[in-house]
Design a protein around this ligand. Structure first.
Ligand code: URA
Length: 436
């Protein structure tokens, strides 16, 4: 078999066989197939697409490209959650301790930022001392004792995805249904949870811009989960504007902590309650979503979810003082500048992708695989879509360390925001649920 022939076949619109997909994944993982040929195939897939069958083969080949974790030593039903990526999406930081405090086991493998979207591991690393690299033993032990752990994808967990993820990020081949489905589900299969809840984002800041594409992606992933015996439910949620008010690593951790203390933004809290409810139902901890929501709300209000978060951070080496007093201990940018309303009216748009790009430009995300990121920088919104503004009201604050970058970010942020004379139509937070 030759990689050249696979590229040609896909370029010409034909479906690849299981053997051909296995050949590509094992050759690319071992380094026999170079990046330039893999990139060419990705671009051919991007334009010619894959059938459902090809996507399922790709997912399994990627899942088995390394170790498949055996979590059978964790007692109880293990439920994982994964987001297809958004801006200001700090859901995992709130959701995992919230659901764990209600008795569900959450063994979570998370990633780093991709494109204009942030990553849970980068965010957590803004807590001094936090360790995302855990041994299998530590990971299992923490889930058994605390109810949760969040670890970075180890080198040997779906290594094909690790390489392809970075390659897609730099070759404009991220936003393809089959490639996203295979990337997400290969990691979920390899990381060993019994059941999966997916947060599939749609809107300007999501890889799937239209609700229709988000539904197709969700269906594809729910079906793949079912085919390997892992019951999967997908929630289609809005990512047309950033989630919550904070975008940027340390800023998002602060907002997550506020939410766990019961005074977070409504959209973030609501989404966590919705996703968490499905996790409780999948784990047979609640009989239905309504009962599960009540249960979770009680965990939030009683402080039990916050207590679980503190234990989880301490168990992974994080400074507990940073959780109690994040303003004092989390990295903070040196300077701030404001975006002020240039007119009176209603905020009719805060384009999530542009806001994410502005945050990346400040240094919160990676331009190339090897970039180091600035955990302190980011954007605080003061207004959300639908809010009334008067001219010169503060719309957002940019937290920066480099004035040149702040200037560029301010220009993009200004393009992201629209003010109109009338109130815009309200978009739902949740568009739908895809079940098996
Ligand atoms: N999240 C993933 O894990 N993979 C993708 O391709 C996109 C979002």
């Amino acid at each position: 078999m030759r990689m050249y022939d696979l590229i040609l076949k896909k370029r010409n619109g034909q479906a690849l066989s299981k053997e051909e997909i296995d050949f590509f994944i094992s050759g690319y993982t071992s380094g026999k197939i170079p990046d330039y040929q893999a990139a060419a195939l990705l671009m051919a897939i991007y334009f010619q697409k894959m059938t459902k069958e090809e996507t399922a083969h790709l997912t399994l080949a990627m899942a088995h490209s390394g170790q498949v974790l055996d979590l059978s030593r964790i007692q109880g039903v293990k439920v994982d959650k994964h987001s297809t990526g958004g801006v200001g999406d700090k859901v995992s930081l709130v959701l995992a301790p919230l659901v764990a405090s209600a008795g569900v086991k959450v063994p979570k493998m998370s990633g780093r930022g991709l494109g204009h979207t942030g990553g849970t591991i980068d965010k957590l690393e803004s807590i001094p001392g936090f360790q995302a690299q855990l041994s299998e033993e530590e990971f299992i032990n923490n889930v058994n004792t605390i109810g949760m752990a969040i670890a970075g994808q180890t080198a040997n967990l779906a290594p094909a995805d690790k390489k392809l993820y970075a390659l897609r990020d730099t070759t404009a081949t991220v936003d393809n249904i089959s490639l996203i489905a295979a990337s997400v589900m290969s990691k979920k299969i390899a990381s060993g949870a019994d059941k999966i809840v997916l947060d599939v984002k749609t809107g300007s800041g999501a890889f799937m811009k239209s609700e229709e594409d988000a539904m197709l992606l969700a269906r594809e992933m729910v079906d793949i989960g079912g085919s390997v015996g892992k019951e999967t439910i997908a929630v289609i949620s809005d990512m047309d504007q950033p989630l919550g008010f904070k975008i940027g690593n340390a800023l998002e951790v602060k907002e997550a902590i506020a939410t766990l203390k019961g005074h977070g933004p409504h959209d973030l809290e609501d989404l966590c309650l919705t996703l968490g409810s499905y996790m409780l139902v999948l784990a047979h901890r609640s009989k239905d979503v309504a009962e599960a929501k009540e249960n979770l709300l009680a965990k939030l209000q009683s402080g039990q979810a916050f207590e679980t978060f503190k234990r989880f951070i301490a168990a992974q080496g994080g400074n507990p003082l940073a959780v109690e007093d994040p303003d004092k201990y989390l990295p903070q940018a040196k300077e701030t500048t404001d975006l002020k309303a240039w007119d009176s009216g209603f905020i009719s748009r805060i384009d999530a992708e542009k806001t994410g790009l502005a945050t990346m430009l400040l240094g919160a995300g990676r331009e190339v695989k090897e970039s180091t990121i600035d955990l302190s920088v980011g954007i605080s919104l003061h207004k959300k879509v639908g809010d009334k503004v008067k001219a010169l009201d503060k719309i957002a604050t940019i937290h920066y360390n480099d004035p040149l970058k702040a200037e560029q970010a301010l220009t993009i942020l200004k393009e992201a925001v629209e003010i109109s004379p009338t109130s815009p139509e309200k978009r739902p937070l949740v568009f739908g649920i895809v079940t098996p």
